[in-house]
Design a protein. Sequence first.
Lengths: 613, 350
Amino acid sequence: MATIDVGIQERAAQSSSSGRNVNDFSIQVATVNGSGSQSANSVLLRSIFQMGVPVSGKNLFPSNIAGLPTWYTIRACKHGYIARKKEIDFLVAMNPETAQEDVMHLLPGAVCVYDEPLNLSGLRQDVTFYPVPYDKLVGPVCPEAKLRKLVKNMIYVGVVDWILSIDLNETEKAVTKQFGKKKKAAELNIAAVRAGFDYARATFTKQDPYFIEAMNENQGKIIIDGNAAAAMGCMFAGVTVVTWYPITPSTSLIESLTEYLKEYRIGPDGKATFAVVQAEDELAAIGMVLGAGWAGARSMTSTSGPGISLMGEFVGLGYYAELPGVIFDVQRVGPSTGLPTRTAQGDILACAFLSHGDTKHIMLLPSSVKECFTMAIEAFDLAEKFQTPVFVMSDLDLGMNNWASDTFPYPEKPINRGKVLSAEDLQRLGGFARYKDVDGDGIPYRTLPGTNHPAAAYFTRGSGHNEKAQYSERADDYVHNMERLAKKFETARKAVPPAVLEIDNKSRVGVIAYGTSHWAVSESSDQLAHDYGVRIDYLRLRAYPFGPEVHEFIRNHDRVYVVEQNRDGQMHELLKLDVSPEQVTKLRRVLHFNGLPIDARSVTDEIISQEGK
Amino acid sequence: MSATPSTPATPAPKTNVAGLTVLDYRGGKSTLCAGCGHNAISERIIDAAFEMGVQPEQLVKLSGIGCSSKSPAYFVNRAHGFNAVHGRMPSVATGVALANHKVMLLGVSGDGDTASIGVGQFVHLMRRNLPLIYIIEDNGVYGLTKGQFSATADLGSKLKTGVINDLPPIDTCALAIQLGATFVARSFSGDKRQLLTLLKAAIAHKGTVMIDVISPCVTFNDHEGSTKSYKYLKDHDEPVQEVGFVPSFESIDIDYDPGTTATVAMHDGSSLRLRKLDRDYDATDKVNALKTMAESHASGEVLTGVLYVNTKAPSFIDLLNVADQPLGQLPESMVRPPKSVLDECMAELQ
């Protein structure tokens, strides 16, 4: 998405409040949780999307069903930057509790559309205010009193449409799409949009510089959240057993998946080609995944940090007993209550080494909704190929927010079920040794329960077994097995998705990032070049274990900034463990961990500060 | 083969309906203590699987952690086995059943593995009525860690060290009945006949079978003052009925008096025969079962036999409405929708 060729002068013009600002600003809607603003915000986002303007939306919400403040930020950006933008240019203030503070945080030249009784106009001289009497407007369009709280939100969509010149037809299309088969609801909401639009047109004079103008950047694109994209990937991966325990922000992944499976994975006989089981906790969810994987299913679960902690013991067994399974970790901030609805990349080290004893695990690192889809498919193949638990490290920002994307590619390769011996194979071979490295890649052969051959069976247990899966506490058996497991992990280095050199300026300064930090780094790279003349090379990690390309990138740079969304530089630590001692000193940290999605300016400022400029 | 009349006649080993001999069901050598009740249970499992003609490759053995959970290595080597983590065998078993509902699941657990660390998974397993046989080898004590009380130890029971248990026991059978298991029994490892009959009936049942087998620990809990000792069980074992079983493949029927013997038709066509003893116990009456068990706690009797049976309840697999072919064996054509489906999904999101 990074577009390096944007002129500096053009940017300067946009940041000035006197000129027109077309398609390069952010809108924030401040509301109360549970007031039904989500539909209105989606419609606003979709209207801009349909006008062909690159756009992203982020929901910054509390852990609460109703009553606490929530913000939705929409960023329209003709340059294609879709990371969160720190500064708010256009505020829709609907929440009395936060309105004053929200206004005080605006930059000079910003706009505020507010609920008239809040009486905010006097707060700032350098902000353009548009008061809207929602209560007066909502009555005529919505006779049913109890729906008014919800419908009020659609009125601000109409107001914003008029102020920003958003095509009303596009908004109406977006409403129709949003409400799907609920025709009456769509009509009611379209009426509300029009009421807002008409009121604004009749009442206001355009006084601010912000405009949305049609572009052609979204041809053929879709809008989807990462959890739904991952769910779709799981369906096309051929998942058969899904077990889970509800936890924000991963719940919607399973809910989407269940919908997809019910729609597309019922056979002609009316029977399901899948099972979805809501387990009693995450301990049971992962136990079921591993039991099912052992018995031949493509099995998965989806969770977040607290669930990962609970799964620790079982995942270790999965590593030692060599059981396939896919675990989605939609990362969020820390344990218990607090910030469970805020984003983070805080489980990297926990997942890399989850469990006791010597364990290490394959992790895939999607940065986009498209990769949520493709990596879901890759994860199942890797889990069965390597006979081990595989993590897909998403996060709340990616999983729960809507992202524009190119359409997803249909999987090119057939499903890879790994080294599984059938009864016919056993007949030919005369038997097998479950944990023997036959092919020199550390990956042994397995049989599935129910295989009709007297030599098919073996006994599965934890660390204490020999090549034939017999119970053993012999030192040499243990060491031999551990070394083979390490070799298997080395094999994985070249089988996982390789890191991508996203920006190549032949610079001595390197940046490494992964997951959703990618979007901020892409934008930051342009900021660094344009504002400071600092050119960077940027490598985006897509998996652990790291491939040789990661080592090469670090070797070829004098300084390498590792950008991530946690306090302790977890990927930085993981890289330090992997590279040679003389390379370690090149690695530096750029960290962002306030619960909000990382923004480009924070990255730029930190790199510049460390560069001493 | 030509006739060789000079060869002395050695009787051919007895074969079962699957054409297998009892040797085809043997396991590895037990590493448990001599006299351990668990070894007797392993022997009954072998006998039951043999007599019922279970295809060894179609059996899956599962366990958690503890002395009990080592025992699946000591029977039916031709069956896949899975030694899970402590208290979490039920979830692994559930996963196996989801992947392949055609195999027969046999889980072996202990009283610590079930009633303490594993009680969460145990109760949820029971309420799902997953088709599986769940055996608790119950000795009221932790063996591998050398003799601590478990949660099934009776109030007032004494440890070797003289420590008296002052907390009430968890009655795993009462729990199982209340939560939805559809075949619940208690037995004693020393009662060969009853245990074997129960296991054969268990193999014929579709749904969760929960059998709590009191299995004395000769090393840590077989002394005077223990309520899980051989002697205590011999004195307090109180069968609620005499259990008989006629497998589906045995056409010969034996006479029985319908006035004193209740017949339960099992899923596979076998018959479970419950002959009345001193009390009039109706094993299909859940409320009566729980009431009788509560009374036995006060009297100190250890009620054994079929405590509850329900052959009508749908199993978890029925509820999931899954394909007939095991989910783990479905071909790509059945689990990866065609490109047209992806195109449709994409169009909806545009």
